[in-house]
Design a protein around this ligand. Structure first.
Ligand code: HEM
Ligand code: SF4
Length: 552
């Protein structure tokens, strides 16, 4: 894992003392809220419905056990004993007191955590495959490139005041676990026909009120030119992106207005002007970064673990957990373990300080001190020995972290909605809880198979509803909370924006409607089809009929 040096540390400390003075001036009434707002946002401090919220960056979703323990400490000391992992793989604390915010930030800095660039019109945290360094599917380790992007983009003076916020995702596997095509720039690492490593570069993806799927502007960018190319894209955007209307300021609008070809032409023209030797990382620097991501000291193990096989035969809960929450590892005798933060009835993405500490201990004992955060608001222990799986499962189960529902109907993404967010039209969390309770029977959930439900409390789409297999959007109808359902969205490699099913439904009808949609799927599906496949084959009509005609 990348280690910050003394210069990074001094930089973070300076930033903390600067922010401390700003907060003191605000508390003393020397600054108005309007004057203070841009300063607090530069440090990830938002004002929400009930309290301040602090958003902490988790670069490319990678946490060490020490960082996780630090988050637990902050949750306990400065919040209400829990935190919330978001779809941008960051952590949010929802109940921070302004006078304690500088202490919270100082505490985070002790383990190299910070909240810079988690807000504002700058380049935000890069999303990367949570299975990086563990899956055999990848052609290279995307964290190397994500770290290069982090260093290049952090406080880059040219890109500090972009027209709007800017998000980059990077995947190195054919199966996309980063929602790359919904990002401003999506990067997909591939090997070319000649064996060379290159990026497919996609631009202009984004959700929010006008959803777009990213379009490819370069099929195979040589990896060494990555930073120059990103710089060219950002320059075109910085120059021509709209600054007169916040709703039209994202790069997706520029790409749509210019057309993908013209946008690509302008990027290539800018790229040709950039002196790569001044921007791209020299080979030695790349090698230095790569050194931090060297594989840990894996043991030589047999492919089958006797300990695990015997435990699995005895314990159906372990068997189910292994089926649903573990994935092949590139090293024999190891597995990747997904830890669900979606226990039925809980808030998706929430984690208590106690659970954070348990995750840190498990990482230390069983996963070389490493933890990942997924954009689906779950955690990952990337390198667990099959031999250790029974012990890991038991320890997770003891603190409510062994829900075997990864990719299933109750593995729901939901934004904070009206429970916390000042922009919300409707609550999102209780809808997720209703659905999770309705499908709490794990046999039924397994029978239904992969089904991604994503819920947003308003059109800003923080809960990715546009790309849910079933998307749920909170809308306001004359002061009442209603929900519009969409079907057929996907945020993966086959990305697509979902289609509206019909008129919005009252809160009390949503879980029932999901049940009706599932019944249609179970009736219509042909062998091996996922919900999404059946929808794509059968179309919207049978689903629409079940929810609207049958009900009334
Ligand atoms: C509660 C405070 C929050 C506020 C005020 C807020 C505000 C916004 C706004 C205004 C947008 C639309 C931006 C645009 O399209 O240009 C947006 C988009 C987004 N936000 Fe949030 N958000 C909040 C919390 C969250 C949380 C908790 C998450 C993660 C769970 C999140 C993740 C995202 C994502 C993924 C998008 C849409 C994707 C895109 O960038 O196109 N936000 N947010
Ligand atoms: S989608 Fe809307 S309600 Fe949900 S967090 Fe984003 S801004 Fe708030």
């Amino acid at each position: 894992m990348y280690q910050y040096d003394a210069i990074d540390k001094a930089f973070l400390d300076d930033r903390v003392s600067e922010f401390r003075t700003q907060v003191q001036r605000r508390l003393a009434g020397e600054m108005t809220e309007d004057q203070f707002k841009p300063l607090r946002l530069m440090n990830g401090l938002y004002l929400q419905l009930h309290a301040y919220m602090l958003r902490v960056a988790v670069p490319y979703g990678t946490l060490s056990s020490a960082k996780m323990r630090r988050l637990a400490h902050v949750a306990r000391t400065y919040d209400k004993g829990y935190g919330h992992f978001t779809t941008r793989t960051n952590m949010q604390f929802h109940w921070i007191k302004l006078r304690e915010a500088p202490d919270a930030i100082a505490s985070l800095a002790e383990d190299g955590l910070h909240s810079m660039q988690t807000s504002g019109n700058c380049i935000r945290n890069t999303t990367a495959d949570p299975r990086a360094g563990a899956t055999a599917e990848e052609v290279d380790d995307p964290r190397v490139w994500a770290e290069a992007i982090r260093q290049w983009s952090t406080l880059h003076p040219e890109f500090t005041y972009l027209p709007r916020k800017f998000k980059i995702a990077i995947t190195a596997a054919a199966k996309d676990r980063t929602a790359a095509k919904t990002h401003d720039i999506g990067l997909s690492l591939r090997r070319g026909r000649d064996g060379s490593l290159g990026f497919e570069v996609m631009v202009g993806g984004g959700l929010g009120r006008t959803p777009y799927i990213g379009q490819t502007i370069r099929e195979h960018l040589p990896v060494g030119r990555l930073l120059s190319y990103l710089e060219a894209i950002l320059r075109v955007y910085n120059r021509h992106g709209r600054r007169d209307n916040n709703n039209k300021a994202r790069i997706k609008i520029l790409v749509a207005q210019l057309g993908t070809e013209e946008f690509a032409r302008q990027v290539e023209a800018e790229f040709a002007l950039i002196d790569g030797s001044k921007v791209d990382l020299p080979d030695e620097e790349l090698a230095r970064i790569r050194g931090f991501f060297a594989p840990p000291a894996f043991a030589t193990l047999p492919a089958v673990s006797k300990v695990f096989e015997e435990a699995k035969a005895r314990d159906p809960a372990l068997a189910r957990f292994a089926r649903q929450n573990t994935h092949a590892h590139k090293v024999r005798g190891y597995v990747i373990v997904d830890v669900s933060l979606k226990a039925p009835g809980e808030t998706p993405g929430d984690i208590s300080a106690e659970q954070m500490d348990v995750m840190a201990d498990l990482a230390d004992r069983y996963s070389f001190g490493e933890i990942r955060v997924t954009h689906e608001q779950n955690l990952v222990l990337p390198h667990v020995k099959l031999d250790d799986l029974p012990a890991v499962h038991a320890a997770l189960a003891a603190v409510g972290l062994a829900t075997p529902n990864i990719n299933l109907i109750s593995d729901i993404i939901a934004c904070p909605g009206l429970d916390y967010c000042s922009l919300a039209n409707a609550r999102a969390i209780p809808i997720a809880q209703d659905i999770a309770r309705k499908f709490a029977d794990p046999d039924k959930a397994e029978q239904i198979g992969e089904l991604k439900i994503k819920i947003s409390g308003c059109i800003n789409a923080c809960g990715h509803h546009h790309v849910g297999h079933i998307g749920i959007l909170g809308v306001d109808k004359k002061g009442e909370e209603f929900y519009q359902l969409t079907l057929g969205g996907s945020g993966a490699e086959d990305a697509e924006v979902g289609k509206i099913l019909g008129p919005a439904l009252p809160a009390g009808r949503v879980a029932e409607a999901v049940d009706q949609l599932v019944e249609v799927y179970l009736r219509e599906r042909k062998d091996g089809e996922r919900f999404l496949d059946t929808y794509r084959r059968a179309g919207l009509e049978p689903f629409k009929e079940a929810v609207y005609v049958a009900a009334y």
